[in-house]
Design a protein around this ligand. Structure first.
Ligand SMILES: Nc1ncnc2c1ncn2[C@@H]1O[C@H](COP(=O)(O)OP(=O)(O)OP(=O)(O)O)[C@@H](O)[C@H]1O
Length: 295
């Protein structure tokens, strides 16, 4: 069993009267790719900034590498690559100079890695930061976080603003780095992204942790998505049986879609009673599995 690399215990941060995050507890193991997911305003950035020691918690505590995040922020930062949700750069610098500055901070010679990452992400090292598009600025942040080959990578919404092809390259890079031993903690409000990359995911809503699940658990919860049309109207309450969720019926009552988890024979018996015109039984997307968390 691998050691926890990040531990949050009852972590709370309020901004005066405004809620930030409340009583968040979970841990991220060494070697994991861990997703942190929630809609806008859920508290992802607040949590990450607290982990980086940029915000002081108003309750609870957090540690990275066994060190308290507030007290040992500088010590921790030596082994962490961090991509904030919004980056502030020295606009006058060229991309290469900016990245060299990062390498110097870590006291490392990262030239060949800089060239390689920039080439893969299609980032022009000779341009001035101020002339870059938002997406290209994001790439500077990504390269900067990856540059020192940190033990732990913490990224806040890394792919927002990146075009789909570059996103794919970014996912490849993360997978390779993870194989070589880098632990990854990333926040996102895009489930498909988390689905592609992560081993486990923490689900956040309105500042509170709702659940922590492995991708296998999420996938293996047995839900099937069933959509059907019938030749005759379906009676009201026909699908009021255990295991049916998110039922939606058409106005004419000749179509229905729902999620089902339970005994296959029970639902097959039910379906058998209908004069079916068409039926689709599919694996639901993560979005659909997650829906009930946010309803
Ligand atoms: N400096 C601040 N002062 C007051 N309230 C804040 C401050 N920063 C964040 N909040 C509040 O804390 C809550 C969590 O915000 P946070 O930015 O952490 O969420 P998020 O999940 O990262 O969302 P997004 O994806 O939109 O960045 C929100 O209700 C937000 O309004």
């Amino acid at each position: 069993m691998s050691e926890p690399m990040i531990v949050l215990e009852g972590l709370t941060k309020s901004y005066g009267k405004h809620r930030g995050i409340e009583n968040i507890s979970f841990s991220v193991n060494s070697g994991e790719v861990f997703g942190f997911i929630g809609p806008n305003g859920a508290g992802k950035s607040t949590t990450i900034r607290t982990l980086m020691g940029l915000l002081k918690p108003t309750g609870g505590c957090a540690s990275i590498f066994g060190l308290d995040c507030g007290q040992y922020a500088a010590e921790i930062a030596k082994d962490v690559g961090y991509l904030p949700s919004e980056n502030c750069y020295y606009n006058d610098l060229k991309v290469r100079e900016m990245l060299q500055y990062t390498a110097d901070l870590y006291g490392m010679d990262c030239n060949s890695r800089m060239e390689e990452l920039a080439e893969r992400l299609n980032l022009d090292l000779s341009r001035k930061i101020q002339d870059l598009s938002l997406g290209n600025k994001k790439k500077v942040g990504i390269v900067s976080a990856l540059l020192p080959s940190p033990k732990l990578l913490i990224m806040d919404e890394p792919t927002s603003g990146l075009d789909p092809l570059i996103q794919q390259t970014f996912y490849e890079i993360l997978r390779e780095e993870n194989k070589r031993g880098m632990t990854v903690f990333l926040s996102s409000h895009v489930l498909s992204e988390v689905q592609k990359l992560c081993d486990r995911v923490a689900i956040l809503r309105e500042g509170k942790l709702i659940d922590v699940q492995s991708m296998e658990e999420l996938r293996g919860n047995g839900y099937k998505k069933i959509s059907l049309t019938t030749k005759e109207p379906i009676m009201k309450g026909f699908f009021s049986i255990p295991g049916v969720a998110n039922l939606k019926q058409g106005q004419e009552c000749t179509s229905a879609s729902f999620m089902f988890s339970g005994n296959t024979m029970t639902i097959m018996d039910k379906l058998h009673q209908l004069k079916l015109e068409d039926i689709f039984i599919e694996e639901p997307s993560l979005e659909e599995i997650f829906l009930h968390y946010y309803e």
